[in-house]
Design a binder for this molecule. Structure first.
Ligand SMILES: *Cc1c(COP(=O)(O)O)cnc(C)c1O
Length: 404
C-alpha cells in the first residue's frame, strides 16, 4: 500500500477538501486574506531558508528531538505489551502546541505581519503562541472568555509575562466559542498587519494542512527513533484527539505503514449522554463549524452541542477534517476513554514512571493500557502530548492525591 494507491496521507484538493471534509467556509471579507496565506504557505513550504530556520528553532529553542521512552514499569503492570512514549511533554512550554505555533510565527514573519491574533480556551494555545510572538518580536493578542480567564489565572499570567495582550471576551457564555468570534472580528479589522493563528488542525483551509505539516516532525522523529530502539515498527500507535493536531503529527509518520494499527482516542467524559463527552467521531454527524466541514457534535438545528471532558484541551465539538477522512477510509480507528480511565492512567504514569502527564495525554495512555491488557504482547507507541503541571489544581480538587 503506497501513498498513491492508499490515497492517504496526502494533501487536500485545491479547495482544501480531504474527501468530503474541510474546505473554506468564509465571510467574503476573509477570502482575500486567506488566499494570501495559502499562497505564502505554498511558497515557504518549499523554501530552503524557511525550512532551515525552522530546523534551527526546533533544535536550539524547542529542544527537539524529544525522546521516545520505553515505559517498562507501566508495561509490566499492564500485562505484557510494551508501551513506548513519544515525549512531547519535554518540548519547550510543555506540549506539542509549540511545534505549530513556531511554524505559524515564522510564516507571519516571512509574510511581513506585525501581529499574531488567536483565541484560547484553557490558555495552552495562548501561551504557546505568546512564546512564538516573543521569539519573533511580534505583537500578540489573545482573546479569552471572562469565565476562562477566571479559571485559568496561571496561563493568563504566563501570556502577559511573555508580552501578549489578553483581551477579555464579555459577551455570550464568555468561553471558547465567543473567544473565537472575538478573535475573528479583531482579525477582520486588520488583516493587512495581523495574522490569525489557529491552535489545531481545524478551521478553514489552509490551516488543517499547515498545522499538520508543522506537527509532522513528531511522527518523523518517532518513526526513526522507534526503529532505532527496537529494529521494528510499532504494532500500534495512539494519540488523543481534541482538534487533532498532536494525533495528525504522530499519525502522518505511519499512515503508509500497513502493519501499524493507528488509534485516535477521544474523550468519553462522564459517558455517552449528550453534553457528557466530546467523542465527536462516535456521536457526531457531518456539519460545518468555524469555517470547515467535519464530524460535529450538534443540536437538531445544526448548532454545536455542548461538550465536556475533564481535559479542557479535548472538549471541542468538531474535529480536524483529515481525521474525518481517515475514519471513513478505515485507516484510523477512533476509540474513546472516560474520565475515570483517564484518571487511572494519570496516576499510574505518576507512580510507576515518574511522569506527570497532561490530562489530554492521559486519555491516550489509558487506551494504550486497555490495549496492552487485551493483546498481551507486541508494542504500542503513545504520543504523550504534554505535561500535567497545568492540571494540578483540577486533579487535587477532584481526585485527591491518588492513594488507593
Ligand atoms: C491542546 C492539547 C491537546 C489537544 O489538541 P490537539 O489539537 O487535539 O492535539 C492535547 N494535548 C495537550 C497537552 C494539549 O495542550
Amino acid at each position: 500500500m503506497d501513498r498513491q494507491t492508499a490515497g492517504l496521507g496526502q494533501d487536500p484538493d485545491a479547495n482544501g477538501f480531504f474527501g468530503r471534509y474541510g474546505g473554506m467556509f468564509l465571510p467574503p471579507q476573509l477570502e482575500e486574506p486567506f488566499a494570501e496565506i495559502i499562497e505564502a504557505y505554498h511558497r515557504i513550504a518549499n523554501d530552503a531558508t524557511f525550512i532551515n530556520e525552522l530546523r534551527m528553532i526546533r533544535k536550539t529553542f524547542q529542544g527537539r528531538p524529544t525522546p521516545v521512552y520505553h515505559a517498562r514499569n507501566l508495561s509490566l503492570k499492564n500485562g505484557g505489551a510494551q508501551i513506548y512514549l513519544k515525549r512531547e511533554d519535554l518540548n519547550h512550554t510543555g506540549a506539542h502546541k509549540l511545534n505549530h505555533c513556531m511554524g505559524e510565527g515564522l510564516l507571519a514573519k516571512f509574510m511581513g505581519k506585525k501581529k499574531l491574533i488567536a483565541e484560547t480556551g484553557a490558555g495552552q494555545h495562548g501561551v504557546a503562541l505568546a512564546t512564538a510572538a516573543a521569539y519573533f518580536g511580534l505583537d500578540c493578542e489573545i482573546h479569552m472568555g471572562e469565565v476562562d480567564i477566571a479559571k485559568q489565572q496561571p496561563n493568563v499570567l504566563r501570556m502577559r509575562l511573555l508580552g501578549a495582550k489578553v483581551v477579555p471576551v464579555t459577551f455570550g457564555l464568555r468561553t471558547l466559542k465567543e473567544a473565537v468570534d472575538s478573535a475573528f472580528e479583531a482579525y477582520l479589522a486588520d488583516p493587512k498587519n495581523a495574522i490569525y493563528c489557529i491552535g489545531s488542525v481545524v478551521g478553514p483551509h489552509p490551516f488543517p494542512l499547515m498545522v499538520r505539516d508543522f506537527q509532522k516532525v513528531v511522527g518523523i522523529e518517532a518513526r526513526e527513533q522507534f526503529l532505532e530502539m527496537t529494529g521494528n515498527l510499532p504494532d500500534a500507535i495512539c494519540a488523543c484527539v481534541g482538534g487533532g493536531s498532536n494525533a495528525m503529527g504522530l499519525f502522518s509518520g505511519f499512515l503508509n505503514d500497513p502493519t501499524v494499527g493507528i488509534y485516535g482516542v477521544e474523550p468519553l467524559g462522564r459517558g455517552p449522554g449528550v453534553g457528557d463527552n466530546a467523542a465527536t467521531m462516535s456521536y457526531g454527524r457531518e456539519g460545518v463549524i468555524h469555517g470547515f466541514r467535519c464530524y460535529l457534535l450538534q443540536n437538531e438545528d445544526g448548532s454545536p452541542a455542548p461538550v465536556y471532558s475533564c481535559a479542557s484541551g479535548l472538549d471541542y465539538p468538531g474535529v480536524g477534517p483529515e481525521h474525518c477522512y481517515l475514519k471513513d477510509a478505515g485507516r484510523v480507528s477512533y476509540v474513546s476513554c472516560t474520565d475515570g480511565e483517564c484518571r487511572d492512567a494519570f496516576f499510574q504514569l505518576c507512580r510507576l514512571e515518574g511522569i506527570i502527564p497532561a490530562l489530554e495525554s492521559a486519555h491516550a495512555v489509558a487506551f494504550a493500557l486497555k490495549k496492552a491488557r487485551e493483546v498481551g504482547r507486541g508494542t504500542i507507541l503513545v504520543n504523550l502530548s504534554g505535561r500535567g503541571d497545568k492540571d494540578m489544581d483540577y486533579v487535587i480538587e477532584n481526585w485527591g492525591i491518588g492513594e488507593a
